[in-house]
Design a protein around this ligand. Structure first.
Ligand SMILES: NC(=O)c1ccc[n+]([C@@H]2O[C@H](COP(=O)([O-])OP(=O)(O)OC[C@H]3O[C@@H](n4cnc5c(N)ncnc54)[C@H](O)[C@@H]3O)[C@@H](O)[C@H]2O)c1
Length: 372
């Protein structure tokens, strides 16, 4: 039996409490021994609720990293700090699960990859959408060859009104961007994963600063990213509110990426507040917009839509309910740490996602395509 993994957590805010703490709690072979947050009460509360009886509390992550008994850390802080903290952790001999996006810039993501290679530590990124049942089924449908050659895809995460109002999501200096880097990142990761194609030729994109800054949020029917009625502050808002990208792969396949926190589109038009993928291939197509995979193909000479699988709600504690006993992401991570399995989200894949997102921002500024 391999040893119990000792985990530290840096950042004890929304995603820590919504996914990481309850996710790890249900996993055998891992214990939560250290909690760090700039706001000490948050770390204390987490230690009390989830930690071992002797769990330590820190306000400076560098102090936490000095503990030689900690095997791995979760980096759950705003995007611009992902690189600094993850690299320091790997240099200190810890494996790292960092929240998405991998980093706020391509250069930072590259540095994380290089540090992983230099230190030989494990590095993975929190793209939990891949674990959702409907997306696992979609992956199997693709891998079993039902679509043939996939040449067109749409990666979508749109909210009609859903600007996150907690944390620092609308502050460019802390997050590096808005909905593209925050939620578009999930849709793009999911789509690349389903296509199993990371070979990008060029990227064109536009990001819009329209509704976030210009509108009076009080009259906009805002339901924030947590489904609460809560207005954003349009005076301090300084990220894009929508971004669209056109991603041409080396094999000719093309992906259209759409991300928004606020856009005048309906649910039927795609503003359904979740990361979805639509794939079109030479034999069939599929989409993951409902709880089951809809496969469109030809049966007995008839154009047909087959629903594949039964709906199973994704289990992300705090995000949604479901029958699954534990978080798959946490389970896979701890198994990898115990030497009993492989990482599922590789740092190389997450790096490509970050590279594409940055290319969309760059293309929007320059008006030119970005060649890879
Ligand atoms: N996987 C997902 O679906 C998902 C969902 C939400 C957020 N996230 C990601 O998680 C990260 C955090 O988002 P959140 O919603 O939890 O934000 P949050 O603001 O609720 O929590 C972040 C916490 O980090 C703390 N912090 C900031 N800098 C720190 C530092 N240097 N050292 C220690 N603590 C520090 C803050 O005090 C805060 O408590 C972001 O990168 C975000 O993109 C992922």
């Amino acid at each position: 039996m391999s040893k119990t993994i000792r985990l530290g957590f840096i950042g004890c805010g929304g995603i820590a409490n919504g996914k990481h703490f309850p996710g790890i709690k249900g996993i055998e072979g891992a214990e939560m021994v250290a909690f760090c947050d700039l706001i000490e009460e948050r770390a204390q509360k987490a230690a009390k609720e989830y930690g071992t009886p002797d769990a330590k509390v820190y306000t400076d992550y560098r102090e936490l990293l000095k503990d030689p008994t900690i095997d791995a850390v979760h980096v759950l802080t705003p995007n611009v700090s992902h690189c600094e903290i993850s690299c320091a952790a790997m240099e200190a001999g810890k494996h790292v699960l960092c929240e998405k996006p991998m980093a706020a810039s391509e250069a930072d993501a590259k540095k994380m990859l290089e540090t992983r290679d230099k230190t030989g530590k494990m590095l993975t990124i929190g793209y939990q959408y891949r674990h959702f049942h409907v997306n696992q089924v979609a992956k199997k449908v693709v891998d079993d060859g039902w679509l043939g050659d996939i040449y067109y895809a749409e990666a979508t995460y749109l909210r009609r009104r859903g600007v996150p109002t907690w944390g620092v999501f609308t502050d460019k200096s802390k997050q590096g961007g808005g909905p593209l880097i925050d939620i578009g990142t999930h849709a793009l990761d999911l789509t690349l994963f389903l296509m199993n194609n990371y070979d990008v030729d060029y990227v064109v994109g536009t990001s819009f600063e329209k509704l976030g800054r210009l509108l009076d949020p009080e009259h906009q029917g805002q339901v924030n990213g947590r489904g609460e009625q809560d207005n954003w502050n349009n005076k301090t808002y300084d990220v894009e509110d929508s971004a669209m990208g056109f991603i041409k792969m080396k094999n000719g396949a093309t992906i259209v990426l759409r991300a928004s926190w606020a856009i005048n589109m309906t649910k039927e038009q795609g503003a359904n507040n979740k990361a979805t993928a639509m794939l079109a291939g030479t034999k069939g197509g599929l989409d993951t917009a409902s709880d089951v995979v809809r496969l469109n193909h030809v049966v007995a000479g008839q154009p047909s839509i087959t629903t594949v699988g039964e709906p199973v709600a994704p289990y992300i504690p705090g995000f949604s309910q479901g029958p699954a006993p534990k978080s798959l992401e946490a389970d896979i991570w701890v198994k990898a740490l115990r030497g009993e399995g492989e990482l599922f989200v590789t740092a190389e894949q997450a790096y490509t996602v970050t590279r594409i997102l940055e290319a969309i921002y760059t293309s929007s500024k320059t008006g030119k395509p970005v060649y890879f």
